[in-house]
Design a protein around this ligand. Structure first.
Ligand code: MG
Length: 304
């Protein structure tokens, strides 16, 4: 079981073949004081949510002001998040409650990217779906026969959408793995993160229950969020829609997790900025972690 960022980090190191391939050319990074320091070379800023803009239910001190400063300079700003528990309406509301002013077309989340693919590649006639999400957020599609972990029929669902680790636990996981071993079925992962930082401790995200599945079950897992390419393709099409073509080197991915934000951003050719003070690495040795992961950001800062 993954109970800390240290555990999550070790887990990432143990599954390199499940991560995007990326050859780092550099072995150093530049430490900066704040995100506005790179505004001359960057046009588009992609902010991760948890660990960069907020921790749990609290906005990070000064983050709202920094995002507003970039906007005032004419910079383009998006949130690129693996959050999948809430739908887009809920996400916009969440960031508004924190004091950020993001419209829905400025938030790119892995749940939406996954749902687009799911709806494009499947149909309600293919059978029922088991949706792993807390009750208040249930009913994620219009036409599918949805079943939830509380229902006896959940275990016989023909496909699974794993949107949230909130409410899931080791006992349910063991039962699920057994059911999948008896009959493997497609697993659509809304949030590929292993953990997310909370004010105290961490939350277990769908990635911690799916990226770690043994083969052959892992071959049934479909991931769309960071660090995997689909969410970043969606980012590029949003940028093209809003501003036309932009060179990848003028785009910066800013995140707190080496194996999702930094790895995924670097694999796309974006500049990368690692935030160390409040997220995944807040209690870890940053330099040591970078060297162990062999994932080098372009820039490093404590807080945006
Ligand atoms: Mg994060």
């Amino acid at each position: 079981m993954i109970n800390s960022p240290h555990d999550a980090f070790r887990t990432y190191l143990s599954i390199p073949e499940r991560m995007p391939r990326y050859l780092d050319k550099q072995h150093s990074y530049q430490v900066i004081d704040n995100i506005c320091q790179i505004s001359e070379e960057i046009d588009v800023f992609l902010f991760d949510g948890y660990g960069v803009l907020n921790v749990g239910k609290t906005a990070i001190n000064g983050a709202v002001e920094q995002v507003n400063k970039l906007r005032a300079m004419g910079k383009k700003v998006y949130v690129v998040t693996n959050a999948a528990t809430q739908d887009m309406k809920g996400l916009v509301q969440k960031y508004q409650n924190f004091g950020f002013n993001f419209e829905c077309d400025q938030i790119i989340n892995s749940r939406e990217v996954m749902m687009q693919e799911f709806l494009a590649r499947t149909s309600p006639e293919q059978g029922s779906i088991g949706v792993i999400v807390p009750k208040p957020y249930c009913r994620v599609t219009a036409d599918y026969d949805e079943r939830y972990p509380e229902d006896d029929s959940f275990w016989d669902a023909d496909q699974f959408l794993f949107l949230s680790g909130n409410g899931w636990n080791q006992r349910l996981q063991e039962r699920w793995v057994q059911a999948l071993q008896e009959r493997p079925r497609p697993i659509w992962v809304g949030n590929a993160d292993l953990i997310a930082p909370l004010e105290q401790g961490v939350s277990h995200e769908p990635g911690s229950y799916t990226l770690t599945l043994d083969e052959p079950l892992y071959s049934w897992v479909n991931c769309y969020g960071k660090p995997y390419r689909p969410i970043f393709e969606q980012v590029l099409s949003c940028i093209a829609r809003d501003y036309g073509e932009v060179e990848p080197s003028q785009v910066a991915m800013i995140g707190d997790t080496l194996h999702t934000d930094i790895l995924g951003g670097a694999a796309m050719g974006f500049k990368t900025v690692l935030v160390t003070g409040s997220g995944f690495l807040r209690d870890m040795n940053v330099q040591e972690s970078i060297e162990q992961a062999r994932i080098y950001p372009d820039y490093c800062l404590t807080s945006i």
